[in-house]
Design a protein around this ligand. Structure first.
Ligand SMILES: [Zn+2]
Ligand SMILES: [Zn+2]
Length: 338
């Protein structure tokens, strides 16, 4: 029997579904402190998404990444191998979710935020008037090569000794802590580049490509202008600045590359085969960004910059009202009464 999405949200007359629960920033920012809530929050922080990114980082390090002697010298061979693996991995990862939710439409529109499936809505803003094809091609022709470029830069730097490489044997505590704060590094980096791209010509020429997908699907995740695609994946290059380890840099890279999926799933929950259990997608915060543009520039509120700077939308009616008031204040600043 299918899950009932009306228990967790409401569907309007047009057919858009909205969750009734509010998005919450990470509980360790609460005052007075709420230790019990923090303890309850930790498992969801680690499992399943960050654990998956760490597992793939280890898989790459032990199976995919060439030996250090090879990577000491830049050539075409080993970067081409990494690019080929990244293409195949992304085809499998994003393709799996896109195929199940948007091609097969395995759960219909249950838990789906937007009433339409983009494939049913041809539009001139996309290559070949098709959002899925446009997003797929931009991901494979632009973003994954630039993801690979970032990967090559840091692997080559570690291999030739120009980065500070700490070993797990000598620095297990520091490196474990670095793994645990890597999602915060991601959120800070993403917030800064994202906010910068929302102004003036950078928006017009660069970031608007990503925002063409008002109704994002998994293929939209990495559908970016080359400048954005490089800056986005360049988060891993922080591990050349701080003392680190190539596995942690790979974790950081995979969290950005594979983790972009979360914000662009378009469904609140993904039903597992059998249809009686479902996984949280964590997609609604970033879905609201695609819908309203001026809210939720960061992630889920691990480092709640949106909350502190007044652009947080928690998905509630109150969040809508605050956004509207901010918009009216902005209009009044731009067009003062004469
Ligand atoms: Zn944006
Ligand atoms: Zn997005």
């Amino acid at each position: 029997m299918a899950l009932d999405d009306s228990r967790l949200g409401v569907r309007n007359k047009r057919g858009d579904w909205t969750p009734t629960s509010q998005r919450e920033i990470a509980p360790f920012w609460a005052w007075p402190p709420q230790p019990l809530k923090v303890l309850q929050w930790i498992p969801g922080y680690l499992w399943p998404w960050n654990a998956f990114h760490l597992a793939t980082a280890l898989l790459w390090w032990f199976v995919v990444v060439p030996d250090l002697d090879t990577m000491k010298t830049l050539s075409w061979g080993w970067p081409a191998w990494l690019l080929a693996v990244n293409w195949v991995a992304n085809l499998a990862w994003y393709g799996l979710f896109e195929w199940r939710l948007y091609r097969q439409r395995a759960q219909g529109n249950r838990f789906k935020y937007h009433r339409h499936f983009p494939a049913d809505q041809p539009s001139d803003v996309f290559w070949f008037k098709s959002q899925p094809l446009d997003n797929f091609l931009r991901t494979f022709l632009v973003s994954i090569p630039l993801w690979t470029l970032v990967q090559v830069i840091f692997l080559w730097s570690f291999a030739n000794g120009s980065a500070t490489w700490l070993t797990w044997a000598e620095h297990p505590v520091y490196l474990t802590l670095l793994v645990l704060v890597s999602p915060a590094i991601h959120e800070l980096h993403f917030y800064v580049i994202h906010r910068a791209m929302h102004g003036g010509w950078l928006y017009k020429w660069v970031h608007s490509i990503h925002h063409n997908s008002v109704n994002p699907t998994p293929w939209s995740s990495l559908s970016m202008h080359p400048v954005e695609a490089f800056l986005y994946h360049a988060v891993a290059l922080w591990h050349l600045v701080i003392p680190s380890n190539p596995v942690v840099a790979l974790f950081q890279l995979h969290m950005a590359g594979f983790g972009a999926l979360n914000g662009h799933i378009g469904f609140e929950k993904m039903e597992l085969p059998g249809g009686t259990k479902a996984m949280d997608s964590h997609a609604y915060t970033h879905y609201l960004h695609h819908k309203h543009f001026e809210v939720n520039f960061g992630g889920d509120g691990l480092i709640p910059l949106d909350h502190w700077l007044g652009t947080w939308h928690d998905g509630s009616k109150d969040g809508d009202r605050r956004m509207q008031e901010r918009y009216e204040r902005k209009l009044a600043r731009m067009h003062p009464p004469t």
